[in-house]
Ligand binder design. Structure first.
Ligand code: IPM
Ligand code: MG
Length: 371
């Protein structure tokens, strides 16, 4: 059995704890079957942390995240905390972790599994077999750029402003992640910006082009304006393999791409930082794309597969446990193919189940696959 791996679980708010519970059961199963043992820690983030100690994430939690080999994040937020100011909202937890751990490359896959083909609002022919990956820059751009703020003008009007900035280094490191991923996939990268109207977009295009020529001449690179990319994603999403883009465009395009699959509750994500040269460890956080879904929280009906598939990504990217990752993904596909569905992906003729029955079915399937 591989040596202990330190995992920090941050379930957060809403459905976060419910779906994280199902991952814990899979972790227990892996330990029982002696596939891997994890040293688990769990902590509060988001609204739960605000209620407990006044801030969305404490310095101690950030320190714990830095010590862990990988962080599995749930989801944060809810109406209870919606009236809080900008600097003390549940969302600060994820933004702080991205910044403090330097998690600059956010990997967001959009995959259409055959059993869920009909869940998409697009025609089956357009999305069948879809498998694309958006690599979103996640520690720079307009989310973090300075200056930012709201000022009062001499005439009494207010003016809100944010700044989009990217340096050569910031562009190169995230593009490198995209090119390396593409090499393991279909070897194609589409770099997305608005070089027609934004200086930072023009620099983005130049830096990605130069990097490709220098380090990745074998990967096919194309460029696309962000608005066109949104259109192309709906028109013909299978033209894409890996898309690399800025923080804000990636936020928008990844939501769009997730809906091509029709099943937001199913999609995982990974956010990677640099490798520490002394420990050889790469900072990494994994989370489902879906939010805390306060409208269905506490009812036991949330889809646990997004969280579980995020754990599969964690096994693959942080621990090189490809076999286990693929087995969990296989188990999810098989359970869906057997006709079980949570409410969010319910289809005519399928059997609707809640969070824990879905989790149990995954465990049973894992037993079969591991036999
Ligand atoms: C996401 C979310 C976050 C973002 C929010 C919660 C800050 O929309 O992860 O896509 O905008 O990055
Ligand atoms: Mg978003």
């Amino acid at each position: 059995m591989p040596a202990n791996k330190k995992l920090l679980l941050l379930p957060g708010d809403g459905v976060g704890p419910e779906v994280m519970h199902e991952v814990r059961r899979v972790i227990d199963w892996m330990a029982r079957r002696r596939r891997a043992s994890f040293e688990l820690a769990e902590d509060l983030v988001g609204g739960a942390a605000i209620d407990a100690h006044g801030s969305a994430i404490s310095a101690a939690t950030v320190a714990r995240a830095k010590e862990a080999d990988a962080v599995l994040f749930g989801s944060v937020g809810g109406p209870k905390w919606d009236t809080l100011g900008f600097d003390n909202r549940p969302e600060i937890a994820i933004l702080t972790l991205r910044r403090e751990l330097g998690l600059y490359a956010n990997l967001r896959p959009a995959i259409v599994l055959d059993p869920l083909l009909d869940a998409s609002t697009l025609k089956p022919d357009v999305v069948r077999g879809l498998d694309l990956m958006i690599v979103r820059e996640s520690t720079g751009g307009i989310y973090f750029g300075e200056p930012r703020g709201v000022e009062t003008l001499p005439d009494g009007q207010q003016r809100g402003f944010n700044t989009e900035t990217y340096t050569t280094h910031e562009i190169e490191r995230v593009a490198r992640v995209a090119f390396e991923l593409a090499r393991k996939r279909q070897n194609r990268v589409t770099s997305v910006e608005k070089a027609n109207v934004m200086e930072s977009g023009l620099l983005w295009r130049q830096v990605v082009t130069a990097l490709a020529a220098r380090e990745f001449p074998d990967v096919t690179l194309s460029h696309m304006y962000a608005d066109n990319c949104a259109m192309q994603l709906v028109r013909n999403p299978r033209q894409f393999d890996v898309i690399v883009t800025s923080n804000l465009f990636g936020d928008l395009l990844s939501d769009l791409a997730s809906m091509l699959t029709g099943s937001l509750g199913m999609l995982p994500s990974a956010t990677l930082g640099d490798t520490d040269p002394t420990t050889g460890r790469r900072y990494a956080l994994y989370e489902p794309i879906h939010g805390s879904a306060p409208d269905i929280a506490g009812r036991g009906i949330a889809n646990p597969l997004g969280q579980l598939l995020s754990f599969a990504m964690l096994l693959r990217h942080s621990f090189a446990m490809e076999e286990d990752a693929a087995m969990i993904e296989r188990a999810a596909t098989n359970v869906l193919a057997s006709g079980l569905r949570t409410a969010d992906v319910m289809a005519p003729g399928a059997a609707q189940v809640g969070t824990s029955v879905m989790g149990e079915s995954i465990l049973r399937e894992l037993e079969k696959l591991a036999a």
